[in-house]
Design a binder for this molecule. Structure first.
Ligand SMILES: *Cc1c(COP(=O)(O)O)cnc(C)c1O
Length: 371
């Protein structure tokens, strides 16, 4: 029995006719950039995210960069980011010319630890980028309180958290803007790269759109020097076709997570994911902390189960940041976390049999290992 980590083919099979029809509409239109699909997506996704404006762009890394450049980030500034995330969260701070300041994560949800943020704030701090990691929202109330106190902006990295919320308020709306990725494997994925930023500020939306489109909102206008970061019509069409299905796909992820929680209960070498009360976790990844993680991963792989490590090295300890010479005790929670994290197969169509199979293998691994 093989259990895939993700299964995009099966997911696309369930909407194959819709996809084929809408994509052939784009092909026949002959419009591949700056067309109706992108316009429709921006309107649709803004309202879907309970926001006012959506600026589409080429990927979920550009979206962070575009937002920061439009917020005026530049040399001399400092931006606080969690020490455990995908590198986009930190590398875009440096791209914008600012200094990246890492902050450790909490040991329950693995998102930025608000109780450690204040000690990182200096006169040069301009903003905070919380990441709703694995699909669990960061503690936005506490983060926004600190941001208000020091007059900092908050840019949410929502790349793993489409449709996540806190007490019914969707992520992307707590700070000044929310950045999304539509990388194929994300909870809402394109057939290539795509991303966007949502915001309720018209001024920021205009600034971001201008920056992402060579400095002008209309063709030929170049008020500033910008960049070229566009979502194309094919990607927008795929996203428009998929968006109406996202709620039910999210429900299926939530159901899969609860089956895992039941099946893995009582294995004391495994720490199950935590969901804080009032927080909606959308399970981009189902991540456990596992003792003897690498051995377990190998055992699962040999038995046909694909797993992943997100992420094997926390950001401060990557070679890219060796200039700071950080030590494990600088970010102890994320350092230990990265040694034990294991992402189990998770996608909307994973069956309860698959989940039971994976869970039984894990139980068996620890039982036989200790003999
Ligand atoms: C995927 C991801 C991104 C970047 O998205 P791309 O579309 O691949 O550029 C940014 N931040 C986080 C936390 C991500 O998981």
């Amino acid at each position: 029995m093989r259990v895939l980590f993700n299964d995009l083919n099966s997911l696309h099979d369930t909407i194959k006719d819709e996809l084929t029809q809408s994509l052939s509409r784009v092909i026949n239109s002959g419009i591949f950039l700056r067309g109706p699909e992108v316009k429709y997506f921006e309107e649709n996704f803004a309202s879907h995210a309970d926001s006012r404006f959506c600026v589409s762009c080429a990927n979920g890394t550009d979206s962070l960069y575009i937002a920061m450049r439009s917020l005026g980030v530049g040399p001399g500034d400092e931006v606080i980011v969690p020490s455990h995330s995908w590198i986009s969260t930190s590398e875009t701070v440096s791209q914008a010319g600012a200094r990246v300041v890492f902050c450790d994560i909490t040991s329950d949800t693995y998102t930025i630890d608000p109780s450690l943020i204040e000690e990182k704030v200096t006169q040069n701090t301009v903003g905070i980028i919380p990441v709703h990691l694995y699909g669990h929202p960061a503690d936005m109330d506490s983060i926004c309180k600190i941001a208000d106190k020091y007059k900092l902006w908050v840019l949410e990295d929502c790349a793993q958290s489409h449709q996540a919320d806190i007490n019914g308020k969707r992520v992307g709306n707590f700070g000044v803007a929310g950045s999304f990725s539509f990388y194929p494997g994300k909870n809402l994925g394109a057939f290539g790269d795509a991303g966007c930023v949502v915001t309720s500020s018209r001024e920021l939306a205009d600034d971001m759109a201008r920056f992402a489109r060579h400095g002008g909102l209309t063709k030929g206008e170049h008020l500033i020097e910008g960049i070229n970061s566009r979502m194309d019509e094919i990607q927008a069409c795929v996203l428009n076709t998929k968006l109406p299905h996202l709620s039910s796909w999210t429900d299926l992820r939530i159901r899969a997570a609860s089956i895992y929680n039941n099946e893995l209960l009582g294995i004391d070498k495994i720490t199950l994911p935590t969901v804080l009360p009032g927080f909606k976790h959308v399970w981009h990844l189902y991540v456990v902390l596992a003792e003897h993680r690498d051995e377990l991963m190998e055992y699962l792989f040999k038995n046909g189960v694909e797993t992943n490590i997100n992420y094997p090295i926390s950001l401060p300890f990557l070679p890219a940041y060796s200039r700071y010479a950080f030590q494990p005790y600088d970010f102890p929670v994320s350092f230990n976390h990265s040694k034990n994290v294991l992402s189990l197969p998770m996608h909307p169509l994973i069956s309860s049999q698959d989940i039971k199979h994976v869970s039984n293998l894990i139980r068996h691994f620890y039982q036989t290992r200790s003999i």
